[in-house]
Design a protein around this ligand. Structure first.
Ligand SMILES: [Ca+2]
Ligand SMILES: [Ca+2]
Ligand SMILES: [Ca+2]
Length: 230
């Protein structure tokens, strides 16, 4: 009996390990897995800005991080001024001064803005964000003249259609803002439309696909079974 019990525990342990491995495979194969920091909004003309969101589950220190446009050179525009950015927090890089942008969009003091971006965006351009090692974290190459049928973010911002659009670098998965949309868009004092500092995908936990959730539940169930048997 004792040997049989040991054997059953061994089987359960093996099952748990197998299910655990399956969860890892499912999680790592998700196409929607966003980078730790994602581009979440941009407007190339008007109250020009780029919004970055910490889409990870931990705060990130932006010291040494940087932005560049299509010249793709790490270190071109420092983002160190953001300091520590909380999980889910959205921060802004703007062409105008931080104060002017904050006033135009009526943003509260807690919204972090790095102003005076000298690597300005054009109608067909790129947004590149690099970490403190100069490694590319996210890129969006856009432009209605380059990518036929995609949006032109002139005085109206571009927004990801869903969480799955983040980190994919596909301008076809971005849509123009409109007042009162799901992104919380509104008009600035200059009449531009956007939602700088607001990101609908950071308000809720990172979604977990159904398959991984079920496998995860199975793993928890097996762990409980192991404890009862012990
Ligand atoms: Ca511009
Ligand atoms: Ca440019
Ligand atoms: Ca936003």
């Amino acid at each position: 009996m004792k040997g049989e019990n040991m054997n059953r525990k061994g089987v359960i342990r093996t099952l748990a390990i197998t299910v655990g491995a399956a969860v890892t495979i499912v999680a790592s194969s998700q196409a929607w897995a966003a980078p730790a920091v994602s581009i979440t909004e941009w407007m190339y003309n008007g109250d020009e800005f780029i919004e970055f969101t910490n889409t990870s589950v931990s705060a990130i220190d932006f010291t040494g991080w940087s932005f560049d446009d299509d010249s793709r050179t790490p270190g071109t525009v420092s983002l160190s001024g953001f300091g520590w950015v909380d999980a889910g927090e959205s921060v802004l890089l703007t062409e105008s001064s931080a104060d002017a942008f904050r006033t135009a969009w009526n943003l509260v003091a807690s919204v972090k803005i790095v102003g005076g971006n000298g690597a300005n965006l054009g109608r067909n351009d790129e947004i590149n964000i690099f970490n403190n090692s100069g490694i590319l974290v996210d890129r969006l190459a856009y432009g209605d003249q380059t990518f036929s049928g995609t949006i032109r973010t002139q005085n109206v911002s571009g927004n990801p259609v869903d969480f799955a659009a983040l980190g994919v670098n596909n301008p076809a998965q971005w849509v123009l803002a409109s007042t009162g949309d799901v992104y919380g868009s509104y008009a600035s004092a200059n009449g531009d439309i956007g939602n700088p500092g607001i990101n609908p995908f950071s308000a809720a936990p990172v979604p977990v696909p159904a398959a991984a959730w079920l496998l995860g539940s199975g793993l928890i169930g097996l762990a409980g079974l192991r404890r009862r048997k012990a």
